[in-house]
Design a protein. Structure first.
Length: 320
């Protein structure tokens, strides 16, 4: 019998919840590992992806604070690679500990992952993703003149640099990732949406951009022929009329029905919308595939059809 292969996209709360210390984040990842070990015990092969927003933000702050002519700060793509290695290392240690407790022997590998984007993606003409520290308006305008970078005011908190958020086209390491997971290894990849690169005549070149983690996970799940994509977030289900008296949770639902809700404006652009869009794209790529959106605590139950919002070509809407 063919083993199931699942890409699990971790939300930010799986790594950091307030306390940004290394110790606190490693403890959070141990809890995450305990939630994911159920997949391993059932013989399901898993690829773990994760966000990196707070972590790469802290790296950018550290780079800025230490910047000098002799010690210049590193560009965004390099900082993204740093965060992939750091979080992957923590996740490997956490999984090792939990697997040892359960008496399971498994190899775990983190892949520093480059994600190819299209240089002509419309996102490059309209940078929207805020990154790094806050500046005063005066500082932001000076930096714009000096560096050519773009800055925007961010919700009354100050000015921040904004970068493009292009869609992933391909993943350079997908065949390596597929080989590793098909051999039974646990793989951690596309951290923070992957390192955005463009193809050139001389190879790939890193660029200043941020790829949405859920879209990168969806692209990876397609490329490695995963059976399911599980997108973990802060809520147990996708909701329509969220935080309103008419709020309703979605259980099993078809692609068409979920698309209709999306087009009606039920999902916030900076929150649930990209998860829903990624879910739809993966589920419609193959009638045998499904996407699940739920919280970390219900990840395994959702895989068994006992929790979460499940999106597939055959799904029927269940509202409660």
């Amino acid at each position: 019998m063919k083993k199931q292969k699942v890409v699990i996209a971790l939300g930010g709360n799986a790594i950091q919840s307030g306390d940004a210390s290394a110790e606190a984040q490693q403890l959070a990842l141990e809890n995450t590992a305990r939630q994911l070990v159920g997949f391993i015990e059932k013989g399901i092969d898993i690829i773990i992806s994760h966000g990196n927003g707070p972590q790469v933000g802290n790296i950018l702050l550290q780079q800025k604070a230490a910047h000098s002519d002799k010690n210049p700060q590193m560009p965004l793509d390099t900082c993204g690679a740093m965060s992939q290695g750091m979080i992957g290392y923590w996740m490997q240690n956490a999984m090792d500990k939990v697997l040892k407790e359960r008496g399971i022997e498994k190899n775990i590998a983190t892949i520093v992952t480059r994600v190819v984007v299209d240089q002509k993606d419309p996102a490059f003409k309209n940078p929207t993703k805020p990154i790094g520290p806050f500046y005063s308006e005066e500082e932001a305008k000076r930096l714009m003149e000096e560096t050519g970078a773009k800055f925007k005011e961010d919700a009354g908190r100050g000015w921040r640099r904004v970068v493009p958020s292009p869609l992933p086209v391909s993943i350079k390491e997908h065949s390596v990732i597929q080989s590793l997971v098909d051999e039974g290894n646990i793989v951690i990849s596309v951290g923070g949406g992957g390192i955005p690169v463009i193809e050139t005549e001389n190879g790939v070149k890193g660029i200043e951009a941020v790829i949405d983690k859920d879209f990168a996970s969806q692209k990876l799940a397609e490329l490695v022929n995963a059976d399911a994509l599980i997108i973990l977030t802060a809520v147990d289900h996708v909701y329509v009329d969220f935080n309103k008296p008419t709020q309703r949770k979605l259980g099993e639902i078809s692609i068409g029905e979920l698309s209709s809700y999306s087009q009606s404006g039920h999902f916030a652009a900076g929150s649930m919308l990209p998860k829903v869009q990624a879910a739809i794209q993966f589920a419609q790529s193959n009638p045998e595939r499904k996407t699940i959106i739920t919280s970390l605590d219900f990840a395994f139950e959702a895989m068994e059809g006992k929790a979460g919002t499940v999106i597939s070509m055959q799904g029927e809407k269940i509202l409660s």
